[in-house]
Design a protein around this ligand. Structure first.
Ligand SMILES: NC(=O)C1=CN([C@@H]2O[C@H](COP(=O)(O)OP(=O)(O)OC[C@H]3O[C@@H](n4cnc5c(N)ncnc54)[C@H](OP(=O)(O)O)[C@@H]3O)[C@@H](O)[C@H]2O)C=CC1
Ligand SMILES: O=C(CO)COP(=O)(O)O
Ligand SMILES: [Zn+2]
Length: 352
């Protein structure tokens, strides 16, 4: 089915955003009749930060809880999680942690056709709500359709203690909606790709709200976390409405995925997408300087050096970005020439 042609949309039933909401998880599971004997998927670091809390919460109400630590968002991990869930006869799964843990649990739950709950420990990307899972398979990251979480429990007390870098990355992922929507509009005009005004407006508004309040995004401020989490939720909802990641993933994401392929070193997803947005907004003839300035105010990377990635990989990624999703038309068209890639990276000061 073409992007933007989904017959129905899946949205979470409950979205809790607030201080200490992690301690309401057992009530949410009961109210939503999630079943029993859950499997928690968490990360090495996030297990201690939140996985253990969720484990105790659900064990205390008589559930036979199992927890596994997942280190990567790969199809092998998804298969491992599914095997664990089947062996344990888990009636629902929880992803507790960052994007990798949430995506692996989300896709495993979808394939097992059991409910899934998203419990993010960082506001670093909009996958906390979306009906997409970005999973590596045969060396390539693909965006796979999944069931949206039945519930999202975003504890702002936990998330505000996460490294600020993760919050700044989440802002980059939201700001990237600007070029994603421009690419979608372009594809609609040039190829008649189905387009949802509603999903596009929600996605664009989410980015605008964040850009207009960039100077209030500060470290250790729970109000900053609340703002970014709500923006990530809206962005994820826009993807669910569209039935694809189109409203939140365009040429800037293709650049980021290409970077993941060509560069031996990676920055965070949202950081790479933010830098990609600067360059793609230049190609769109938009106000790329405003994007760059906003990311600088927030404290997100705006150059290859700040990403910790060599200039040559930025150029390499620009040259192959259009091949990441050939079916998704963007401003990259049939690809940049080497001279055009060099020009956009230098003019926007992404490379020096
Ligand atoms: N499905 C979707 O719609 C989307 C999916 N994604 C995917 O999400 C992933 C990126 O997620 P992202 O979160 O940026 O990066 P990672 O999943 O790589 O997590 C970054 C690191 O942050 C750590 N961390 C998370 N929370 C805390 C905390 N509170 N305190 C200390 N450390 C913490 C994690 O620990 P630990 O090692 O314990 O996990 C991990 O080591 C990518 O795989 C991307 O493809 C991105 C956007 C949308
Ligand atoms: O990162 C995403 C939206 O922010 C998901 O997009 P992809 O479909 O490119 O994985
Ligand atoms: Zn993203």
């Amino acid at each position: 089915m073409q992007d933007g042609m989904k017959k129905w949309m899946q949205l979470p039933r409950d979205v809790l955003v607030g201080h200490d909401v992690i301690y309401d998880i057992k009530d949410v599971c009961r109210d939503l009749k999630m079943g029993k004997d859950p499997l928690i998927v968490t990360g090495c670091t996030t297990k201690k930060i939140a996985g253990d809390i969720v484990f105790d919460q659900l064990s205390d109400c008589g559930q036979n809880v199992r927890m596994v630590v997942s280190a990567e968002a790969s199809m092998d991990e998804v298969d491992r999680i599914k095997a664990e869930a089947l062996e344990h006869n888990s009636s629902y799964l929880l992803g507790v942690g960052s994007g990798k843990s949430i995506d692996v649990a989300k896709l495993a739950a979808t394939q097992l056709d059991v409910p899934f709950m998203s419990v993010p420990t960082a506001a670093s990307h909009d996958g906390i709500v979306s009906s997409r899972a970005s999973i590596r398979c045969n060396g390539k990251t693909s965006s796979i359709e999944a069931n949206a979480p039945m519930a999202v429990v975003a504890d702002t007390a936990v998330i505000s203690k996460a490294p600020y870098r993760l919050l700044a990355a989440g802002c980059g992922d939201i700001i990237s909606n600007y070029t994603a929507v421009r690419d979608w509009e372009l594809a609609h005009r040039l190829t008649n790709e189905p387009f949802s005004e509603y999903a596009a407006a929600l996605s664009r508004m989410t980015a605008k709200i964040l850009i207009d309040s960039a100077d209030s995004i500060k470290p250790d401020l729970e109000s900053s976390v609340r703002m970014v989490v709500k923006a990530l939720v809206s962005s994820g909802v826009a993807m669910s409405i569209a039935g694809s990641s189109r409203p939140a993933s365009g040429s800037e994401h293709m650049f980021s995925h290409a970077l993941d392929m060509v560069s031996p070193r990676h920055a965070l997803h949202g950081e790479q997408c933010g830098v990609g947005t600067i360059m793609m907004m230049y190609l769109h003839g938009g106000d790329w300087k405003k994007i760059k300035e906003c990311l600088e105010v927030i404290g997100a990377p705006t150059t290859a050096e700040q990403l910790g990635i060599e200039d040559r990989y930025i150029l390499e990624a620009l040259l192959v970005a259009h091949t990441i999703r050939p079916e998704r038309y963007t401003i990259l068209g049939t690809g940049l020439t080497p001279a055009a890639a060099e020009k956009v990276a230098r003019i926007t000061k992404v490379i020096s």
